[in-house]
Design a protein around this ligand. Structure first.
Ligand SMILES: Nc1ncnc2c1ncn2[C@@H]1O[C@H](COP(=O)(O)OP(=O)(O)OP(=O)(O)O)[C@@H](O)[C@H]1O
Ligand SMILES: [Mg+2]
Length: 139
């Protein structure tokens, strides 16, 4: 487990980029934290590490965005997915359990087999507005 304190979006991206460089093909990353914590910003850093040059925007309504960089990269946002049954109905397993790197915001709503296989990133908003970012490896 690693922990970083970051005070602006550029630092969040940088931590995301460095973390992204360590990820193997097929990595699943669940990014948790309250609304507006910086989950999408962190995801941009991982995308950069995968060689994605397109702008990474939040897939809040479309659920999944696919990018092709040096590596294939998926960005999923489960904010609007109510629970695990909802999640199962989306049939995202072929995407998530692929050899692409997949980042899932609000991954709390994913199934246990997804959560159990994932790296986790937890972003906390501190009283002074800075962010504490905790990284945990996949098992
Ligand atoms: N380390 C940081 N310190 C201060 N502000 C930050 C930091 N990292 C990111 N931010 C700011 O947090 C804001 C929200 O970022 P972002 O959209 O990534 O949040 P989110 O967690 O994805 O939100 P949502 O829950 O809506 O998906 C942005 O304005 C960004 O500049
Ligand atoms: Mg977001």
């Amino acid at each position: 487990m690693k922990n970083f304190a970051t005070v602006n979006a550029d630092e969040t991206i940088r931590i995301g980029r460095e973390f992204g460089r360590t990820l193997p093909d097929g990595a699943i990353v669940v990014v948790s934290g309250p609304l507006g914590a910086g989950k999408t910003v962190f995801t941009r850093g991982i995308a950069e590490a995968c060689g994605v040059t397109d702008e990474v925007t939040s897939p809040t309504y479309t659920l999944v965005h696919e990018y092709l960089g040096k590596r294939r990269f998926y960005h999923i946002d489960l904010y609007r997915v109510a629970d695990e049954r909802d999640f199962d109905n989306l049939a995202l397993d072929d995407i998530i359990f692929s050899d692409a790197v997949t980042v899932i915001e609000w991954g709390e709503h994913a199934s246990p087999d997804v959560r159990d296989a994932a790296y986790t990133v937890t972003i906390e908003v501190l009283e002074n507005g800075a962010r504490s970012i905790t990284l945990q490896s996949a098992p």
